[in-house]
Design a protein around this ligand. Structure first.
Ligand code: ATP
Ligand code: ZN
Length: 288
């Protein structure tokens, strides 16, 4: 019997990347079977097998081709330094790997760290950072709760993941330096078969359409015909905006697509130019 060709993807089994990873697959139209087996499941409608793993293990599994592709934070990817390729940034799991010291410390630059003890779960990245900055410090590797290390006298400084900074604050620490900015990325084994590459391309096509849609909004507005040319010039659109006559003489309906980043600024200008009844709706998929 010929076994069915499937693409194997490794995602975090629980934690900060889990929800967004599953949601991305779902938005790509891939429905996962809710099996009792928590290590592995498969998709109903795409040749995909999903492995649920600790994020730290994902680069290794992808290097070893136990999984063909995986979703992991750049922080873990760079720390583990495995032979895998990054395919695409995914825009979630954003955080930074930062240096923090006691709030009352006077920190005037990386030389502060000279001869100090630094607690971290990222010894490789910290060592690289220290070397780049020509600082010698003692790295103390701990696997969790790094933020308590200074308080219990284990270290003078820490290097840990930060998003809002509230954990640091609660532990009497302040962030003084960013070692790395990170987000979730899709990685792949470097020697996929032709068939698996095709499946990956198919998945990637969907991921890009989903991500693009998330960054864009569909906009509909009414415009008096005399303002049309000004309003159209404000709208980028995929090609050019769609303009349809309204039942009321002298008015048109204008449809277009706006990028999230320029959204508010353009809306203001549209209003100033005479646009009315502006509707903004989410886009589910966007293929350009
Ligand atoms: P696992 O059990 O899989 O090893 P973990 O405890 O190492 O889980 P999580 O805390 O769930 O990992 O974080 C997973 C990833 O989420 C991180 O490696 C990082 O890329 C990303 N992340 C985003 N924001 C944060 C944050 N504020 N703190 C920690 N990680 C974050
Ligand atoms: Zn982990």
């Amino acid at each position: 019997m010929i076994s069915k060709m499937v693409l194997k993807i490794a995602i975090q089994k629980a934690g900060r990347l889990y929800d967004d990873s599953v949601k991305l697959l779902k938005d790509c139209g891939i429905d996962l079977k809710n099996g009792v087996n928590k290590l592995k499941t498969e998709a109903d409608n795409f040749p995909l097998e999903v492995y649920f793993l600790r994020d730290d293990d994902i680069p290794q599994y992808v290097e070893d081709a136990v999984a063909d592709i995986g979703i992991v934070g750049e922080n873990v990817l760079l720390e583990k330094n495995k032979q895998v390729q990054t395919v695409e940034k995914l825009g979630f799991g954003k955080c930074r790997l930062s240096i923090a010291v006691g709030r009352k410390e006077i920190y005037e630059g990386v030389s502060y760290l000279q001869g100090k003890k630094i607690a971290t779960s990222y010894p490789v990245l910290v060592q690289q950072f220290l070397a780049e900055n020509k600082v010698n410090a003692e790295i103390h590797e701990i696997s969790g709760s790094v933020e308590i290390a200074p308080g219990i006298g284990l270290a003078d400084a820490i290097v840990d993941l930060v998003s809002s900074g509230s954990t640091l604050f609660m532990n009497g620490l302040k962030e003084v330096e960013t070692v790395l900015k990170s987000e979730a990325v899709l990685i792949r084994n470097s020697e996929l078969s032709e068939q698996k590459q095709q499946l990956l391309e198919k998945l990637l096509f969907r991921i890009r359409a989903v991500r693009k849609a998330r960054n864009n909004k569909y906009i509909l507005l009414n415009a008096p015909n005399e303002s049309l040319s000004e309003i159209i010039s404000l709208l980028p659109g995929m090609k050019s905006p769609t303009v349809l006559p309204l039942a009321e003489a002298g008015w048109s309906s204008v449809h277009s697509v706006l990028n999230e980043n320029e959204f508010w600024e353009i809306i203001e200008k549209l209003k100033a130019a005479g646009a009315q009844g502006i509707l903004v709706v989410p886009i589910e998929k966007m293929i350009v």
